[in-house]
Design a protein around this ligand. Structure first.
Ligand code: CDP
Length: 234
């Protein structure tokens, strides 16, 4: 973790206006992070990776020696943590007691525990509040598991990026990361609170045999057909 520096401005503020939200959901290693970041950059929207927030809380729990399967220990950690919205490098990120997590959140131990942490409703409630604050300030592209189904169910801009399990496993291996995707998929899809699902009105894109550019183009074309082509000035 690094301490939030002065060039990371707080996001949220008092603005009441609700900006546009492009929701991009999908299973592990479906390519949604790369696509979401590229779509956000090309439109001039803020990029928000909600999975990184569940990862940051998991990293913090592990760092403090908490047993992630001990619900009371995790809830005690939540109670002692101040959650803030920060902006860093064009992305909306979560601050935990003023600190922003770095690359450590992609480590094997976080991969192995994050879905357990993300299944606790109390954890989801806290992150829900943080996610809701971002579009008060700016147009956003937000990626995750439940953005179109639960966090912003009213947005007209919903995508679900999928790929076959074999291809997703291969993509993660190519990144050199230790990650049991099948386990996370199972836990994310079967939990009671906000399980991974395809929202009824989401555009589904199977990226199994598409390059990143193709998926970004497909998303941009569908957005353009709905009149979304650049950020509103704020
Ligand atoms: O990038 P990758 O597909 O590996 O996953 P991620 O987006 O970083 O999300 C990590 C984990 O956080 C997921 O496996 C879920 O357990 C959880 N998550 C969630 O429950 N809800 C979200 N909106 C985003 C992530």
């Amino acid at each position: 973790m690094t301490t939030a520096s002065h060039n990371e401005s707080a996001v949220g503020g008092t603005a009441e206006a609700r900006h546009r939200v492009i929701a991009i959901d999908g299973p592990a290693a479906s390519g949604k992070s790369t696509v979401a970041r590229r779509v956000a950059e090309s439109l001039g929207f803020l990029y928000v990776n909600s999975g990184a927030m569940y990862r940051a809380i998991t990293w913090q729990a592990l760092d403090q020696g908490a047993d992630c399967s001990d619900r009371d220990a995790v809830l005690a950690l939540l109670e002692s943590t101040e959650f803030t919205c920060e902006e860093s490098d064009g992305a909306g990120v979560i601050g935990l007691n003023g600190a922003v997590a770095g690359d450590e959140v992609h480590g094997a131990e976080v991969n192995a525990n994050v879905s357990r942490i993300a299944a606790y409703p109390e954890v989801r409630d806290r992150i829900f509040e943080v996610l809701q604050a971002f579009p008060k300030k700016a147009d956003v592209v937000m990626e995750g598991r439940d953005i179109g189904s639960v966090v912003f169910p009213d947005t007209p801009y919903k995508f679900y990026i999928d790929a076959s399990p074999e291809i997703r496993e291969a993509r993660r291996r190519a990144q050199g990361l230790e990650d049991s995707i099948a386990d996370r998929d199972r836990q994310d899809s079967t939990r009671k609170a906000a399980p991974l699902m395809i929202a009824d009105d989401a555009e589904v894109i199977d990226s199994s045999h598409l390059g990143v550019d193709d998926v970004v183009t497909a998303v941009r074309e569908r957005l353009a057909a709905k009149g979304v082509d650049e950020a509103k000035s704020v």
